[in-house]
Design a protein. Structure first.
Length: 161
């Protein structure tokens, strides 16, 4: 029902989204708002690899020293470059909106690094990540760009329970 006139909403021209799209977006936003942020420096291993403890729940860890973001979201762990793929500005986490954003040109990204909108034209750069016991190991010497190697970019995560 429209609040203004009490008529039934059928995704008419006066509405921005249909009911299904609205519910899907609302569910994503509710989930994303619960993702906390922590700061931690990874432990350097051989050959450009970094080690991080597996977060107990969904959240993002920023490692400014190694220019890395490690995120656990919906049963998956990801490792991203800390900088925006557009002009390499350090990304920020916006907890009230449940997403990353570039402060320079306002490109927006979901917690899984996928692109939402802005001047950037692709998702956040990802790094290979593996799970070894309760430790995440990230290979910072390899970077996957969504536009250059979409299959590797899509596969650059590890399932966590």
């Amino acid at each position: 029902m429209h609040e203004n006139d009490g008529s039934e909403c059928t995704a008419c021209g006066g509405c921005d989204t249909g009911r299904r799209e609205f519910l899907s977006t609302a569910a994503r936003v509710a989930l994303l708002l619960a993702v906390p942020l922590t700061w931690r420096t990874g432990i350097a291993l051989a050959s450009g690899k970094l080690q991080y403890p597996l977060p107990a729940s969904d959240g993002a860890t920023i490692d400014k020293e190694n220019e890395m973001i490690v995120a656990r979201v919906q049963g998956k762990a990801y490792a991203f470059a800390l900088s925006c793929p557009h002009q390499r500005t350090m990304l920020r986490w916006l907890p009230d909106e449940g997403r990353f954003q570039c402060p320079k040109h306002k490109s927006k990204y979901r917690p899984d690094g996928s692109f939402i909108s802005g001047r950037a034209t692709r998702g956040m750069d990802r790094h290979p990540i593996t799970l070894e016991g309760s430790t995440l190991v990230v290979d910072s010497s390899i970077t996957y760009r969504e536009d250059q190697d979409p299959a590797a970019w899509q596969a650059a995560f590890v399932a966590v329970s």
